[in-house]
Write a new protein. Structure first.
Lengths: 112, 118
């Protein structure tokens, strides 16, 4: 069964601190993995997208890693800001298919 | 680039009425558009996939006669919720994929439409 699981479900950190979000997937055949940021009441915005051959990709303070062998990915946020408060969704694409498989997201809250 | 808009952003309607939501790709031609529904604290659930000029493909459990999708042009798709009921209240999000996206099955999401049925 094609699934995407994320942990933790929610996370609260102090402004300026770093954090790492986890994503495990069983989607096959694997095509790509992407991380999205979704603010409350808004659509998802792409942060990173990685294919099978890529094991890390950065976008400013966001760094995603991918281990295609263990089917795990992480999203590391450095020097968190209040505006980082949002849901972070891991999404996996399957080769030859239109559809994407969504994780349930990690709700991050950054407090001053 | 790759901007997708939705209109309206919020809509409140009475039970039994129909509501139309528009999804537009503003700076690229979207050969495929996707409609999702998201309930509070849950992830996005794909409702249907539409290709320009052809009938939409609905996911299992989604009633095609209730959720009418039209993708008449390369920049516009519409979702009409017919005879809406309170249980249809949700956050509806569209995404679009087109020539700009390259070969990575990239989808660009709209900002979403909050539907509340009284």
């Amino acid at each position: 069964k094609n699934q995407v699981e994320q942990s933790p479900q929610s996370l609260i950190i102090l402004e300026g601190k770093n954090c790492t979000l986890q994503c495990n997937y069983t989607v096959s055949p694997f095509s790509n993995l992407r991380w999205y940021k979704q603010d409350t009441g808004r659509g998802p915005v792409s942060l990173t997208i990685m294919t099978f051959s890529e094991n890390t990709k950065s976008n400013g303070r966001y760094t995603a890693t991918l281990d295609a062998d263990t089917k795990q990915s992480s999203l590391h946020i450095t020097a968190s800001q209040l505006s980082d408060s949002a849901s972070y969704i891991c999404v996996v694409g399957r080769t030859g298919a239109n559809n994407l498989f969504f994780g349930t997201g990690t709700r991050l809250t950054v407090i001053p | 680039g790759a901007v997708v808009s939705q209109h309206p952003s919020r809509v409140i309607c009475k039970s039994g009425t129909s509501v139309k939501i528009e999804c537009r790709s503003l700076d690229f031609q979207a050969t495929t558009m996707f409609w999702y529904r998201q309930f509070p604290k849950q992830s996005l659930m794909l409702m249907a996939t539409s290709n320009e000029g052809s009938k939409a493909t609905y996911e299992q459990g989604v009633e095609k006669d209730k959720f009418l999708i039209n993708h008449a042009s390369l920049t516009l798709s519409t979702l009409t919720v017919t005879s809406a009921h309170p249980e249809d209240s949700s956050f509806y999000i569209c995404s679009a994929r087109g020539a700009l996206a390259g070969g990575l099955n990239e989808q660009f999401f709209g900002p979403g439409t909050r539907l509340t049925v009284l």
